[in-house]
Design a protein around this ligand. Structure first.
Ligand SMILES: [Fe+2]
Ligand SMILES: [Fe+2]
Length: 342
């Protein structure tokens, strides 16, 4: 068939930059499209319409078409890293990505870092869908998520993958979703560093990916508020670990340790956390670990009310909190600092 790549559209019109705030169209890395395979959803390019002086999306591969190798070559030649998909097509896109996952992970042409970038991209789409689409939140979707976490683990397990690459992979574009994946990714690396067995690492990773799902119950105007929270708003925020536990407790693929971790991830060693104000000795070991990773990830990410802290500064803040009031498990925090130091 004739495609936009064969038409008169000047490829120089294609917008290369990534804008995270597009209405219904979501970015997908070009490298996540396999040449020679049928694509079950429309794939768009973002282009500049110089006549109408506006940005628009044009279909570059219609639903049901085979993604031609020459199209991929054109995109690569022109250094276009992103195509777009319609958010309504996410279930189809996720099935496509899940179907291609093992082929991607076994591709000898790609480095483990390149593979991790692509699995990260797919996991971001999955997290967004699982968090926002309640009616699609079923066992089948959890299996998809489990496979993606296993894929991420497979990448970082590779001998050539250095732990410092984990932090390079973490991006902070879409706050709740990237926070979830970054926490999962750092969790996979840290529990591996601690010498955990593989099955436990993956179970921890899935729990970490989902730990903040209860946040979806908080109205956006509260979640992204830049000023101080009112008492009632703060109560809503404090409810998210219990909401997350309730939303996930029926999924049998999620082990009970992971569920308890979701429930207790804001408990603090000094008893000043929530929802139950537990002391360190009563906090589940997985939740103690997640508390550290969660804080570190949040401090190093940009928030509406503050810039991101550099890693060293974030760790100093955490070390001070730990020394002054025992927020974190001190030995675990020391291990975490050593882990990040490589
Ligand atoms: Fe949380
Ligand atoms: Fe969190």
């Amino acid at each position: 068939m004739r495609s936009i790549f064969d038409s008169r559209l000047k490829i120089s019109q294609v917008i290369r930059s990534l804008n995270e705030d597009e209405e219904d169209l979501l970015p997908l890395r070009v490298a996540n499209l396999l040449p020679g395979q049928k694509v079950g959803f429309n794939v768009y390019l973002k282009v500049k319409n110089s006549t109408a002086k506006r940005m628009e999306f044009v279909i570059c591969c219609p639903q049901g078409e085979i993604f031609q190798p020459r199209w991929l070559e054109t995109l690569k030649e022109k250094s276009i890293p992103w195509v777009y998909i319609n958010s309504a097509d996410l279930p189809l896109v996720l099935s496509y990505l899940q179907h291609n996952l093992s082929q991607l992970l076994d591709d000898n042409q790609l480095s483990s870092h390149e593979k991790a970038v692509l699995v990260y991209d797919a996991t971001l789409l999955w997290t967004r869908h699982f968090f926002t689409c309640e009616k699609e939140r079923m066992g089948k979707q959890i299996i998809q998520g489990t496979e993606l976490v296993e894929g991420l683990f497979k990448c970082i397990q590779n001998k050539k993958f250095h732990y410092d690459l984990i932090l390079q992979l973490c991006n902070h574009g879409q706050p709740l979703y990237t926070h979830s994946i970054n926490t999962c990714l750092i969790g996979l690396g840290f529990t591996r560093y601690l010498g955990w067995p593989e099955a436990r690492i993956k179970a921890f990773g899935l729990g970490a990916l989902l730990h903040d799902i209860g946040m979806t119950k908080i109205p956006p105007e509260v979640l992204y508020k830049s000023g101080p929270l009112l008492d009632e708003e703060w109560r809503q925020v404090q409810h998210h670990p219990a909401d997350g536990f309730n939303m996930l407790k029926t999924f049998t693929n999620l082990c009970y340790d992971a569920l308890l971790m979701v429930h207790q991830h804001h408990e603090q060693g000094d008893g000043g956390g929530y929802p139950d104000g537990l002391k360190l000795v009563s906090i589940h070991p997985w939740a103690r670990i997640l508390r550290i990773i969660d804080s570190y990830e949040a401090l190093t990410a940009r928030r509406n009310w503050r810039p991101p802290l550099p890693p060293f500064e974030a760790l100093s803040v955490m070390r001070n909190q730990c020394d002054q009031s025992g927020v974190y498990h001190p030995n675990l925090l020391t291990f975490f600092i050593k882990f990040l130091a490589g």
